[in-house]
Design a protein around this ligand. Sequence first.
Ligand code: HAM
Length: 429
Amino acid sequence: MQGKALPGFRDFYPEELALRNHIFATWRAVATRYGFEEYDGPPLEALDLYTRKSGDEIVQQLYAFRDKGDREVALRPEMTPTLARMVAARAQALKKPIRWFSIPQLFRYERQQRGRLREHFQLNMDIIGEASALADAELIAAAIDILRAFDLGPQDVRARVSDRRVLRALLMGAEIAEGQLPAALAVIDRSERVPKNVLEEMLKESGYGKRETAAVFAVAELRGIGDVSAALGNVRGGEEAGEPLRQAIAALEAMGLAEFVTVDLTIVRGLAYYTGIVFELFDAAKELRAICGGGRYDGLLAAFGGTDLPALGFGMGDVVLGELLKERGAAPKASTELGAFLIAVSGGEDLTTVLRLAHALRDRGVPVEYGLRHSGVRKQLELASARGAARAVIVGPEERAAGVAVVRDLKAGTEAKVPLEHLLNGFFD
Ligand code: HAM
């Protein structure tokens, strides 16, 4: 028998599940605060849902197989195609703009490394049916507010925002041909991680000359809306291409979130379907992989045979976020927070009273536990402490006769006799 889960898959012991639940609860709270409704889809989908539009990288990582009905299927590696499929099927009936969120578990056969596993949970927040750049700002704000809800500030996390339309305008303005854009985008995407000479080689192989190569690096180095706007001012169609990004950045400033936001054209995003503003959130020290990534994907619904609706969204994983929270000591402890551990001094009548009391208290919503096998009071007190119970409630023959129990505060070490009637009514309120 194998003692471990498969590589890249996690066992959630109570402490790890406490962190996951804390992350989910915060995701749900902020998404709801933004007026998003929760949905879900199936974890297994037809393979071609992903081969059609997600792009090569994700397709190579699919957990795909042929099912017993001879269908080509895949475990979902991302939520966006499922969302597009679901919305496309009911596009007429749904009130636009649609604001939906989901917390699916996703599966990708990745090379395992820090922050990347073969399964993860991912909050998805998407808006469908809205072309305005205010929708882009709304989603970037939601992603930032989630991190603020975990007590992370601009010294901890940053949103890096770019726009594929801006990249296109600047590159085509430098007379790079449409057919050569993918190579430029791939180089810009890697410009922080891969040495410059390797990138130069990549461009050379794609037929780039010295001048075009320099233009690609100049675009990758642009930072801040001021510099980007100035560069756009020098190219045909630049003014128009930069307008949504300018609007989104101005909206984020008006919300008071400017400190979190950097315009950074090296954000391209790997998935093939993005068409406009794209963004990623990172830890400020940039030691970890992206916490979150998303953008506008206006053509995807039409590609699924649906109505041609503009769409945008992001995915935020639980893995990098969990690491960040653990690093900051902000992860919660696993604990059932027992109100009391009940102790019967002897079996028989003491135990009957403990069982009656435990059941009545649980009915009133007080979390309580008692020893499932009889043992001495000292042993039971040890177990009560190990359980992290706030107090022990001890019932012996004398106490029973007097209609009371001894309540020991396990933190302070103090003791008091409390009437059983009071324990049932009012003591735990
Ligand atoms: P993505 O960039 O592939 O986008 O993933 C979004 C986030 O999910 C990443 O930033 C990361 O936190 C987390 N993530 C992705 N892969 C893994 C992995 N193997 N292990 C741990 N965490 C991971 C998408 O999936 C898009 N569908 C997001 C989206 C929604 N775009 C529009 N709407």
